[in-house]
Design a protein around this ligand. Structure first.
Ligand code: F6R
Length: 612
């Protein structure tokens, strides 16, 4: 959804910021990668240099020899196109008529058309089709009208409508970066002799771990030794809000792997353990469980992978805690709005904590008096901040666009939550509760085991599937949300069509597509409970010529009509997701690589979706 970064530094203390901008921008590339650009206040000449183009950051940096420039202040942008096709002219930064103002922006300015018409009437000439360019001209217009720069920026913020994170520089104040946030995330990184703004925390890690998450409606400026924030014309006291992030710079690097996605799949054993230990030593889960236990109605929402984690939660709540939970896709929240009231709890699942659809569902429920529980991976992001209780997964930064490690850590957190609710409601005995919680300590080990046991067959399967156009992934019970997640991963990174269905439902329509060699992957997500029923579904597919694969626990070995069985060891429903999901993530990753796709940057996608 576009990434922006700006750094301003005391050159005596900090030197040239250009390498820092490039490094930070590359860490933001997962947010969008159809074009990129830099605006630099050049050392010595004091000129405003803008270097931008369509394409990947590395290519642009090389083509324009960006690292050959020196600057003490600069802003940069990586784009996921909304208004205007990817092109050099539509790439950010955008400038005013005089070429003395440059702006980068993430989000959508809703009233840009009328602002543009007004500015054009006053003689401003626009270069691009973007909504962003109005910001540069509007600032120019207010300066022309004689406003002081801070007043001009304040006025600008009061006039633009929509979702935005903005960074703006101008030659009148060459070491100052103006910023504003509404809906789209923006973080300030605090340093010694420099300050920075960025769309997210990982891109700031090479610079600093002291960060401050801006809130909706806040704006202001940074200079090398100053941070100034306002909200509706009044200064904001922000020092208490500074957090020290625990993530290391290495956590945001590839650590020797060819892609982030592979690194993030492989580190699941560790981050699952860290999430487990972290949650056991805090009271987040207990506080959330007591809200749920006393609620009349429970909803869970999220988008994409986070929604799938919500489905797993609804499954455990039904089968273990005996409590109905309504899981819905966040962008569909209006359908449920009438059901939200003060007796309702809504669980908002979002690894980034910034997804606009999930945030809007949260706000709709909150407005009607519901209690909100957030499950997020990013401390101090918007969704947990606007919730009554925040449960944090400890997955570390996830840079690959496809969610991998954050899914299983969400599942782990939500499973612990369902067990705690089951205990509070008396649906499980104390001893069963503690035994189950103890067994979840093994989730990381199960993930490692699943990866190890499946590696040879995953390779073989890649050889077969890379030739196909379409496949089904089927499951029953808990296997259904796991199949949905596996199919999403395959689609996202390999661009092969993969469709998930409850196995029993497949004969009510989808089976029409099955012909000789059509691949169908079945998931056995338990210790054999579903085996007999899945066996019938395998036979139905086999009878139509399907190539059948079963991925499951030891209890699923030896089934009839199976062309390939991938045994993942011994597990039951409680630990199934950790064993089953990593091999299927790896399958998606390897298919992408085999087909020459970039799994870290799938086409048309952006990681944190902050526009509706
Ligand atoms: C899938 C994926 C997306 C996200 C979705 C929600 O691999 O990455 O479907 O899961 O955009 O994102 P968060 O969890 O940040 O709200």
């Amino acid at each position: 959804m576009c990434g922006i970064i700006g750094v301003t530094a005391d050159p005596e203390v900090y030197g040239n910021v250009v390498p820092r901008l490039v490094e930070g921008l590359k860490l933001l590339e997962y947010r969008g990668y159809d074009s990129a650009g830099f605006a630099l206040v050049e050392c010595g000449t004091g000129r405003l240099v803008v270097l931008k183009d369509k394409g990947r950051i590395d290519d642009i940096v090389e083509k324009y020899r960006v690292t050959g420039y020196c600057a003490a202040t600069g802003i940069a942008h990586t784009r996921w196109a909304t208004h205007g096709a990817p092109s050099r002219v539509n790439a950010h930064p955008h400038m005013d008529c005089s070429g003395r103002i440059a702006v980068v922006h993430n989000g959508i300015i809703k009233n840009f058309a009328e602002l543009r018409a007004m500015l054009e009437e006053r003689g401003h000439r626009f270069q691009s089709e973007t909504d962003t360019e109005v910001i540069a001209h509007l600032f120019e217009e207010y300066l022309r009208q004689g406003l002081e720069p801070l007043d001009a920026f304040r006025r600008l913020v009061s006039v633009v409508e929509g979702a935005y994170a903005i960074a703006l520089i101008h030659l009148g104040e060459p070491s100052r970066i103006y910023f504003a946030r509404n809906v789209s995330p923006l973080i300030i990184g605090l340093g010694n002799g420099f300050n920075a703004v960025s769309s997210d925390i990982p891109s700031l890690l090479p610079l600093t771990r002291r960060v401050l998450a801006l809130r909706d409606g806040e704006y202001g400026f940074i200079e090398p030794y100053k941070v100034y924030i306002e909200y509706r014309g009044r200064p904001v006291a922000w020092s208490e809000r500074v957090t020290h992030v625990a993530w290391s710079v290495e956590a945001a690097s590839k650590g020797g792997y060819p892609h982030y996605m592979l690194k993030e799949i492989m580190e699941q054993p560790r981050v699952l353990y860290e999430t487990y230990m972290g949650l056991l030593s805090s009271d987040e889960v207990q506080r959330a469980a007591s809200l749920i236990a006393s609620a009349g109605r429970v909803f869970i929402t999220g988008a994409g992978t986070s929604y799938h984690a919500g489905l797993v939660f609804a499954y455990y709540m039904a089968t273990v805690a005996g409590t109905p939970v309504y899981a819905f896709i966040a962008s569909e929240h209006e359908t449920y709005a009438n059901l939200f009231d003060s007796d309702t709890v809504l669980i908002a699942v979002s690894q980034s904590g910034e997804t606009i659809d999930t945030l809007q569902a949260l706000r709709a429920a909150r407005k009607r008096g519901s209690k909100i529980i957030a499950v997020s991976n990013v401390v101090a992001s918007t969704i947990p901040r606007e919730s009554d209780v925040a449960i944090y997964t400890r997955a570390g930064p996830e840079i690959g666009v496809a969610a991998t490690k954050t899914f299983l850590t969400q599942v782990l957190a939500l499973t612990l939550l369902s067990l705690e609710v089951a205990r509070l409601r008396g649906a499980v005995s104390e001893s069963m509760y503690s035994e189950s919680v103890k067994r979840l300590a093994d989730s990381g080990r199960k993930a490692g085991e699943g990866l190890e046991r499946s590696s040879r067959q995953v390779e073989r399967l890649v050889g077969l599937l890379k030739e196909v156009k379409s496949m089904y992934i089927l499951g029953r019970g808990l296997g259904v949300p796991l199949a949905l997640e596996a199919a999403l991963k395959v689609k996202e990174v390999s661009y092969i069509h993969a469709e998930a269905y409850p196995a029993g439902e497949s004969k009510h329509g989808p089976i029409a597509l099955v012909e000789e060699g059509f691949p169908v992957i079945f998931i056995g997500a338990d210790d054999g409970d579903m085996r007999d029923r899945l066996q019938s579904n395998v036979m139905e597919m086999k009878a139509r010529g399907a190539y059948t694969v079963v991925v499951g626990s030891n209890a699923y070995s030896g089934m009839k009509g199976v062309d390939m069985y991938i045994g993942l060891g011994a597990f039951d429903e409680l630990t199934a997701p950790y064993a089953v999901i990593p091999p299927l993530q790896l399958l998606a990753y390897k298919l992408a690589v085999a087909l020459g796709r970039d799994p870290d940057k799938p086409r048309n996608l952006a990681k944190t979706v902050t526009v509706e």
